[in-house]
Ligand binder design. Sequence first.
Ligand SMILES: NC(=O)c1ccc[n+]([C@@H]2O[C@H](COP(=O)([O-])OP(=O)(O)OC[C@H]3O[C@@H](n4cnc5c(N)ncnc54)[C@H](O)[C@@H]3O)[C@@H](O)[C@H]2O)c1
Length: 378
Amino acid sequence: MAGILDRFKEDQTVAKEVDASRKVKVGIIGTGWIAEAHVNAYKKCPDVQIVAAADLIPGKAEAFCKANGLENIELYPSHKELIDNADVDAVSVCTYNATHAECTIYALDHGKSVLLEKPMCVTLEEAVEICRAEKRNNGVLSIGFQPRFDENMKMLKKICQSGELGKIYYIQTGGGRRRGIPTPYGTSFIQKDTAGIGALGDIGCYSLDMVLNSIGYPKPLTVTGYKSDYFGKDPSYEHHDVFGVDDFAAGFIRLEGDIILDFRIAWAMNLDTPGDTIIMGTKGSVRVPSTECWNGSIGGPLVIYHEIAGNQVETIIEEKHNDKDCFDIKIRSFIDAVKDGGEAPVPCSQILYNQAIIDGISRSAELGREIAIEIPEI
Ligand SMILES: NC(=O)c1ccc[n+]([C@@H]2O[C@H](COP(=O)([O-])OP(=O)(O)OC[C@H]3O[C@@H](n4cnc5c(N)ncnc54)[C@H](O)[C@@H]3O)[C@@H](O)[C@H]2O)c1
């Protein structure tokens, strides 16, 4: 038993020494809720200078900079003006989902590196265009999945990659909240024109990334999808008049390598959880306990169910503590890649498959039948 546990010891990311004399100039595109987390993390990087900010809403970028103690910042009325005029090496795209693609493609095509918030975009078509822009340019493009840097998520990947589970053939993932339609500062998450997709993209992308990254991102082949909006459209819900996306979605996806992915996600439901994440293999399976507010964390220790010398046993992998905030690591690792010309910490080539599944669930739900997932050549 000890031998098995030794294979899954903690492996915290070791901080590299930062060369503060080489500065990276950064612009913030979209100064809403999540932009503040980006700014706070950039402030912890001695080699980053935030020099510009842009927002479509007049006065918003200025108020944001003031509230966050950012001085001498160039302010712009949209991503285009910022990219055309500001002297920046990199941008954080913190806009709502519907403008992720246009901001990212414009920035990459103008020689900038991009840290793009999740979900990558709204449609597969946009995801393909983003990947093509990344391919034809030199900038780094990383997608903002901070749970990737959580020690428990890294452990899950280690377990899947260790061979301890044998051949993986079935995965159940997803999660949700009993009541948790997000309207933190307005309705940009729930309107069709700004969000494009609801729970499916907002928190569904995290569940998908957790399992797909753990097993090496196999290609999705077919999908049967479902989505609904019963809670968002309920007349008793205060924003029902503007609610234009899904609040629940489910999908049954076939992945390359004869693997089934069974997925469901909810912003609202009459249930505590739609189930734990489970990854089943021929030699062992792993359970990831669900949380009340699914956002890429775990609700308890990972448990491996397997057989040792003919005995059915459970190995409990104690919960790992993160030495550093995952959001800070997401920002730091992006800046390191920009400076060193290294690989993107969360590459768009992987998240393309995540987006293909989201898009597939959405399209299949609209068509009312299973569809093939066809991903064009990048
Ligand atoms: N990683 C995380 O933990 C996390 C958490 C929350 C939100 N997010 C993601 O961050 C994104 C933004 O979420 P939010 O809550 O900050 O939204 P928000 O609506 O509060 O802010 C988005 C801002 O972008 C601006 N904007 C849109 N298009 C623009 C453009 N072309 N140029 C300049 N500004 C533009 C809008 O005017 C708005 O002020 C979403 O995609 C969301 O999924 C990620």
